[in-house]
Write a protein of this length. Structure first.
Lengths: 124, 124
């Protein structure tokens, strides 16, 4: 039984999602104990949605599921890394491979990655 | 001026720290507005310590500073990725390159990376 420290952060821990092949960081989401256990059981990344107050399995709407190849846990037992195979063209609901598609240039943000799909066709 | 959404999460946002050269995820820490601005200004990763309730620049005690090469920001403006050059042998206060040195194997955690320094000699 793996015991993570969900208490310290009020029940939710951050899950960093990394492309297993390229190492690119795709997104960050949150997990409660139930989301973590469902992810372990199904090998499909499942998170806790703070805005919808419910579990969500990535890809339910978009088809862009994340197949979990490896899970790493940090020294404080309060953050995880999921190394995943990302289905579809990207993880971000804005149409990018990664949610981190903007970079800091001086005192502004600029888009640094190409958009790879039309979010209006995927998230209906 | 870059405006991140510190309010949604009560003043602190997660900062994922990634080795700029290898793509390895080194750690996760938290930033408030002041930590983010100090990091932008100095290019040395500076975080907010929840346990000590103060800003801390990584490496002050250990010498293991993080020189920031690039900052990425996510679609919701509430998480950042720092791509860094990690000084010294590692980022983790337990003596590993990465805080994520343990992996899930079945229903237990196992150490998956080599220890690269003696933490008792570095954190005195």
């Amino acid at each position: 039984m793996i015991e993570l420290d969900f208490e310290k952060t009020g029940g939710l821990i951050p899950a960093i999602v990394q492309d297993a092949a390229s190492g690119q960081i795709l997104m960050l989401a949150y997990m409660n104990q139930a989301a973590f256990e469902k992810t372990l059981e199904t090998k499909k990344a499942t998170y806790y949605s703070r805005s919808r107050d419910m579990l969500w399995t990535k890809g339910e709407t978009s088809g862009h599921a994340q197949h979990v190849k490896e899970i790493r846990v940090d020294c404080d037992l309060d953050t995880v890394v999921l190394k995943v195979e990302q289905a579809g063209k990207g993880a971000c609901h804005k149409g990018y491979k990664s949610c981190f598609y903007r970079a800091v240039y001086g005192d502004e943000l600029k888009i640094a990655d190409p958009q790879v799909f039309d979010p209006e066709k995927v998230y209906k």
